[in-house]
Write a protein that binds this ligand. Sequence first.
Ligand code: THU
Length: 138
Amino acid sequence: MTQSIKKPSTNPHPDPELLAAAKAAFERAYAPYSHFKVGAALRCTDGQVFAGANVENASYGLGRCAEQSAIQAMASAGERGFTELVVYADAPTPATPCGACRQVLFEFSPAAQVFCVNAQGQVLSHAVADFLPHAFQL
Ligand code: THU
């Protein structure tokens, strides 16, 4: 399906409620192997907020990224689109979604704005489609 891609928002500031939800999810992350906790929170098209954290596993490849946890929560609740996503981690520079997460985000909302925020308050922001040029589409 071909999806229309709107211009990204130019607002450099994440929604404070989403940032708080991403920080709360960060605190709940299960990352005993990497010790790198990540929280993500998104706002659905209808205003609902869903959050997720990374959840690792002793079988390393089964670990789940925070962004995918948030998308799973959203989609499992029956929602199919989001307008904004905040990714929060305590890193020297804002942690950006991995390649796999970019494709998962693109599935639902290529025009959504992603705000990557670190503990120092640095922000890196792009639209999902700008994070993943030439995304796979059916
Ligand atoms: N991680 C995320 O949760 N999101 C990303 O986009 C990048 C990486 C997690 C996976 C793993 O649990 C830890 O960060 C270290 O890679």
